[in-house]
Design a protein around this ligand. Structure first.
Ligand SMILES: Cc1cc2nc3c(=O)[nH]c(=O)nc-3n(C[C@H](O)[C@H](O)[C@H](O)COP(=O)(O)OP(=O)(O)OC[C@H]3O[C@@H](n4cnc5c(N)ncnc54)[C@H](O)[C@@H]3O)c2cc1C
Length: 415
């Protein structure tokens, strides 16, 4: 049965939800407070990376976070705040930082990101999209023995989960990425990973959705929801009232502010990250993570992107020059011939990752509302999980059997 569906948020999750919903014959409207051209879904590193089976909430991360709290250039920064939502999130995050939790969620992360990779491939073929999309794997470059040991351990775990991953020596790194000098002791090489140029996919997807009749309301903020008997009857934006049969909450880092109005308490914090682009020919052809510095490097279409930092410090888009400098310094440390310029650093942009406490997104309907599907909280994996999330959202609203088992993603789950 065809339904009217309003999707709140037009990032990767909102667009992919709209894509699969319209394919099922639903009438879809997307409302976004932005101009639909910036933020996390545009500045990300473009990885489709099942390799990231270890969530942020892993053993030792809280300790590292505490240590890094006083380092202005650290890749992870958790700003202490006397705010009840932040304190609840921190408590739940800390509770998830253990090996049992990692073992439990690793296969769940694998399944949704592998499905997503397949769906990106299908969309590209089916819609004849041209967005840049390559399968060259991901090198986890390490400069210290300790880090290499950790990464090789993760590669073994990934292999046990059926993902293609192995250790490579510094000699082999030179052969793999022959046109750039790399300073690394060794690496774990996740051949299972793919990469894209995000704005190309976003641009093509928006154009496609418009061409098939999806209605867009950019620069329009959803400010309230009208609810009776656990059902949303309409939403109020700063410009109009929109009615629909079903609603999708894909508002990224802002999702908890709207869910709160329905009594749905999503634990969510914004994790700011930055990207620096250079159009100079860096010679880099294989995506890499500079492990000690936690910087992601992606050869995109016509430029190389360096992305990093996770600043959990509330919702703001301030550019912290110290952290941008740290990303540029890391680039030079691993690629001695790559020097990012002041202009390139000055053009750095940021985006907010919607970070749940346990490394899994919220996908599904809460007991508190019959016609709202939540699709948020993808943290550092939203690009990798985008298409699969969209498909799941459409299956939920179309009342079909879902492609993946949903209990791990439940928006009402307890931590
Ligand atoms: C530097 C960086 C690198 C990253 N690299 C990768 C990577 O390589 N691979 C990967 O898988 N992931 C990566 N990520 C994470 C990924 O980008 C995010 O998880 C993903 O983009 C989140 O998508 P989203 O649609 O949920 O949120 P967003 O893209 O933030 O979209 C949410 C939208 O909702 C809108 N909105 C919010 N509130 C309202 C409201 N009240 N009314 C109307 N509209 C509203 C916002 O304007 C926004 O456009 C990276 C992120 C960053 C910052």
């Amino acid at each position: 049965m065809s339904k009217n569906v309003v999707v709140i948020g037009g990032g990767i999750i909102g667009l992919c939800s709209a894509y699969y919903l319209q394919k099922e014959g639903h009438q879809v409207t997307i409302v976004d407070q932005s101009n639909l051209d910036a933020g996390a879904s545009y500045v990300n590193a473009g990885y489709l990376s099942p390799s990231h089976i270890i969530p942020l909430s892993a053993p030792g991360v809280m300790k590292k976070g505490l240590k890094w709290m006083f380092d202005k250039s650290s890749p992870l920064y958790i700003k202490p705040r006397l705010n009840i939502d932040f304190l609840k999130w921190t408590w739940a995050f800390n509770k998830s930082c253990n090996q049992n939790h990692v073992d439990k969620v690793a296969p769940v992360i694998r399944d949704i990101s592998v499905l997503s990779q397949e769906l990106y491939t299908d969309i590209k073929a089916q819609e004849k999209f041209n967005f840049h999309y390559e399968k060259k794997g991901l090198l986890m470059l390490c400069q210290t023995e300790k880090m290499l040991e950790e990464e090789v351990h993760t590669a073994k775990l990934a292999s046990q989960l059926g993902l293609s991953a192995r250790e490579v020596s510094s000699e082999e790194i030179k052969v793999l990425d022959a046109n750039v000098q790399i300073d690394a002791l060794g690496a774990a090489y996740f051949e299972c990973d793919q990469h894209t140029t995000p704005h190309e996919f976003m641009t093509e997807m928006k154009a496609y959705l418009r061409s098939v009749g999806v209605e867009f309301y950019p620069n329009e903020k959803v400010i309230d929801l009208e609810v009776s008997k656990n059902t949303i009857s309409s939403i109020k934006t700063d410009k109009q009232v929109l009615k629909a049969d079903e609603f999708v909450l894909a508002a990224g880092s802002w999702s908890d502010m709207l869910s709160k109005k329905l009594g749905i308490k999503l634990l969510l914090q914004a994790g700011k990250g930055y990207r620096i682009n250079t159009e100079k020919d860096t010679g880099i052809s294989i995506p890499a993570i500079l492990c000690e510095a936690k910087v992601a490097v992606t050869p995109m279409n016509g430029f190389t992107r360096f992305a990093g930092t996770m600043e959990i410090a509330g919702i703001n888009h301030n550019i912290n020059k110290i952290r941008v400098d740290a990303i540029a310094r890391a680039a030079k440390k691993y690629y001695p011939n790559v020097q990012l310029t002041e202009d390139e650093k000055g053009n750095a942009e940021c985006g907010l990752r919607p970070v749940s406490p346990d490394g899994l997104p919220y996908i599904g309907k809460s007991q508190k509302c019959k016609n709202l599907t939540v699709a948020a909280g993808h943290a550092m994996m939203g690009w990798s999980m985008g298409t699969a999330t969209g498909k799941l959202v459409s299956e939920i609203i179309s009342e079909q059997k879902t492609s993946l088992e949903l209990s791990s993603y439940h928006p009402d789950r307890k931590f």
